[in-house]
Design a protein around this ligand. Sequence first.
Ligand code: PBG
Length: 326
Amino acid sequence: MTFPAARPRRLRRTPALRRLVSDVHVRPSDLVLPVFVKEGIGSPQPISSMPGVVQHTRDSLKKAAAEAVSAGVGGLILFGIPAVKDARGSGADDPAGIVQLALVDVVAEVGDALAVMTDLCLDEYTDHGHCGLLTDSGEVDNDATLDRYASAAVAQARAGSQVIAPSGMMDGQVAAIRTALDAAGFATVPILAYSAKYASAYYGPFRDAAECAPAFGDRAAYQQSFARSASEGVREALLDVAEGADAVMVKPAGAYLDVVRAVADAVDVPVAAYQVSGEYAMVEAAAAQGWIERERIVLEQLTAIRRAGAGMVLTYWATEAAGWLR
Ligand code: PBG
């Protein structure tokens, strides 16, 4: 007996058929816009390695937040850049620090029209640029850093953060932050943990944007090695869930889709993926040369990240892409 030839192309023939059978979608509300706010600047400062992205003033940030709301974006995540940095990253938990002040502004501007999240780390606030406190010998001191994160989490919650997102990759950071938030009366504030965060060259442009390149060394002693199997990312995510993470993140996204898939299969909480600064910069640079089609490639990448299992995607294109998707 002979079988009729398989013809997968039948369902690709027309746009209507292709749309009908598509089962991976990117909605504006899946997207989260990372934004930078800098203390003491009079006008938004362009970031040369991230064309189209700026360091905001408190005023221009409010405008960007309102635009994200109009576009239907799901959330934004705030990074603060203080005018003065010190060894302990004092700006991170100062109630009058830039991120706390900007947070109050943004929440007042957009209410809960989108989720207002805060990145929680010390690297934007330390003069040495590392994500934690240093020991005398210059190593990042895991446990001493946890107290700083706990304090910063409470400061962010007090200023109105609706999701706290620790990105420093200290062991035990989620438990420390959860305990502190609960003790301070913020039991209802969720934690989105940067769980599987790799020591990545893709963060290069971000370090211009957030002025946080390490003054010496690199972050390989605390961020993950990309030369390890995806199971290590799963282990990190499961630990964070056990410590109380309400959602987990994989970062970067595009080169780590195997990790996104493995984590999505392993956890029962929402999974986010962060399409980072280097991913953005590479597309913008090639598009500026006319070598690729910018909009098509951005949508292809965002769809691939969703296809790998991420529910939310953090992307610098969030507002613009949301406009294309409506
Ligand atoms: C740390 C942090 C980094 C990014 C987000 N949070 C930088 C780093 O770990 O060096 C990178 C984001 C990007 O590259 O877009 N606070």
